[in-house]
Design a binder for this molecule. Structure first.
Ligand SMILES: [Zn+2]
Length: 235
């Protein structure tokens, strides 16, 4: 199951949620490594559900399957990106793979410098994608704190997390397929339990089957004299 990954390789969060134009929302802005334009990667494998080119080239991507939230919640996720300058290669219904670079920072809409506006929402895409909040800003429906949605990787270069603490994907929290049992020592089956024809026939063909010669009366250390070639069976 996929863990949604923070969509930029260089984290430089320039505006927190709840502040300024992000009032009453869980939106964050990330400006990437520098003032240039960087790629934005799909946090999960999903499908584009809506594009709004009249404003800031907003794009809604919905996960194709439930994903694993950092707190262990399993649910679908929808993410909204804004400000890319050119989205002419995108269309509703387009499938995007996890970690695929499909969006970019930019300045379309109400943006003063190249950045990407990011809003996460719990669950599947809900039409019409956003709703006006009490301050008059349009925010994604069912928005959720990005720290509670997105994971970072070892490779994520944190330039400025702006006080946020994203959970990191580690070997411990990664589901790995258990290794084959090749390392586990196979115990030889006892002759009585063996299905091996040869083994059984050998036992059956013995001239003298094991005979009871002594019953141990109590736990102790015992000595026994054996002649060459004699076999000792213990039960
Ligand atoms: Zn923003």
């Amino acid at each position: 199951m996929e863990k949604p990954i923070y969509p930029l390789k260089n984290m430089r969060i320039t505006q927190r949620y709840g502040e300024g134009t992000h009032i009453n929302s869980f939106a964050i802005d990330d400006a990437g490594k520098d003032t240039g334009i960087e790629e934005v990667y799909a946090p999960f494998t999903g499908t584009i559900k809506k594009i709004y080119p009249q404003d800031a080239n907003e794009v809604w991507l919905e996960s194709d399957n439930p994903v694993e939230y950092p707190d262990g919640t399993i649910d679908y996720m929808t993410i909204l990106f804004a400000h890319a300058d050119d989205i002419s290669n995108l269309y509703v219904g387009k499938k995007i793979s996890q970690k695929e670079a499909f969006y970019k920072e930019g300045t379309s809409g109400n943006a003063t410098g190249n950045h990407c506006h990011i809003e996460c929402a719990k669950g599947k895409y809900q039409s019409p994608g956003w709703t006006a909040n009490s301050e008059g800003y349009y925010v994604i429906i069912n928005g959720k704190n990005p720290e509670e949605c997105l994971w970072i990787e070892d490779e994520t270069n944190i330039i400025n997390s702006n006080g946020y603490n994203f959970k990191k994907i580690t070997e411990e929290n990664t589901n790995t397929k258990p290794e084959e049992d090749s390392n586990i020592e196979q115990l030889e089956p006892l002759p009585e339990q063996s299905n091996d024809e040869e083994e059984n026939s050998n036992l059956e063909n013995q001239e003298t089957p094991p005979q009871l010669i002594y019953t141990c009366p109590k736990d102790d250390l015992y000595g026994i004299y054996l002649k060459e070639g004699e076999q000792l069976y213990l039960k």
